[in-house]
Write a protein that binds this ligand. Structure first.
Ligand code: UDP
Ligand code: MG
Length: 316
């Protein structure tokens, strides 16, 4: 029997929490009846990511009234990925298998038993992959697809149509803890862990209450964080632009010589035109090289804490 922990990051989710807890508890009971999980030690771990509404009091009262329900309160809003990491770090001390899922249950919880079965069969990571994005808007679907291709292009490998609904074994979460970057982009890191993986497929539902906590601005920031915390390719691009400009200055040299020979050049024009492209190119090249080193250092030195746990309610 598996000891399971379901980690749910919550940011201003008072509208969905009761229903989410009810559905997850029913699922846990069902799996306990099927002797799939250990009802004594399995948990549903809500992580309150510095919500400004009634989310935490609600989690605290659910902890008192419902089985399985536990809670972690972070001292401030650290964002979805870090909140998730706080939950995973806590859950790995409680369980053998840890599942992460969004509070709005847009991901189908009915594939969780299948995930646990795959775990029991020896998979360390089981990705939840959505079949269709029909319930998302055209805009969200296409920005997500564009983002995926951009990330691939920049060299970040991730599982297409997989977000943060996945099962991880305890040792996979422990290994994940070894990746120390502050700019967390979990769906890019998890494939790097390299243990045996499997996938389950489901249809994504609509948010049943409340609003998306990921407006466009947060999505763009998330995308930029994803790229910059994984590659220094943008800085390298400056090097290439610099090289191209220097190449243009060489071409211009030929043009200038021809113009001088023909006597069509205005005095002073040749030197100006050449220096323009050459200096421009050299400056960009130098900035690019310096940037490359700064980028490398930047990736290494980030050792800030990812979150700060203020309060925690666990099973006795
Ligand atoms: N979330 C969080 N901190 C934040 C923003 C979001 O913990 O700063 C949580 C949120 O409560 C939810 C999950 O991240 O459980 C995904 O958010 P949402 O469902 O709003 O995103 P969408 O499905 O629209 O991409
Ligand atoms: Mg959602």
């Amino acid at each position: 029997m598996t000891t399971l922990s379901i980690v749910v990051p919550c940011y201003n989710e008072e509208q969905v929490l009761n229903e989410t807890a009810r559905r997850l508890v029913a699922l846990m009971n069902q799996m306990a009846d099927a002797k799939q999980i250990d009802p004594q030690h399995s948990t549903i771990l809500f992580v309150n990511d510095g919500s400004s509404d009634q989310t935490w009091p609600l989690i605290a009262s659910l902890h008192k009234t419902l089985p399985y329900v536990c809670g972690v309160k972070l001292a401030g809003n650290v964002g979805h990925q870090n909140a998730l990491m706080a939950g995973l770090d806590t859950a790995r001390t409680l369980a053998d298998a840890i599942i992460s899922i969004d509070a709005d249950l847009q991901d189908d919880i009915n594939v969780i038993p299948e995930m646990v079965t795959l775990f029991a069969e020896g998979n360390d990571i089981v990705y939840g992959v959505r079949r269709e994005r029909t319930t998302d808007t055209w805009f969200k679907r296409n920005t997500a697809l564009g983002f995926y291709h951009l990330m691939r292009w920049w060299g970040v490998r991730s599982v297409y149509n997989h977000a943060d609904f996945r099962l991880m074994s305890r040792r996979a979460v422990e290994q994940l803890g070894q990746y120390r970057e502050r700019n967390l982009f979990l769906r890019g890191i998890v494939p790097l862990i390299g243990y045996k993986t499997a996938q389950v497929y489901y249809d994504r539902a609509e948010r049943f209450a409340g609003e998306s906590k990921y407006p466009l601005s947060k999505m763009i920031n998330f995308a930029i964080d994803g790229i910059t915390s994984f590659s220094v390719a943008p800085v390298r691009m400056i090097i290439y632009i610099g090289l191209a400009f220097i190449l243009i200055s060489v071409i211009m040299l030929g043009y200038v010589i021809v113009s001088l020979a023909n006597g069509t050049a205005v005095p002073g024009w040749s030197s100006l035109l050449l220096s323009l492209w050459f200096i421009g190119g050299s400056v960009l090249l130098s900035i690019g090289i310096v940037g490359e080193y700064i980028g490398k250092i930047y990736l290494e030195v980030k050792a800030r804490p990812r979150y700060n746990i203020e309060e925690i309610c666990l099973k006795e």
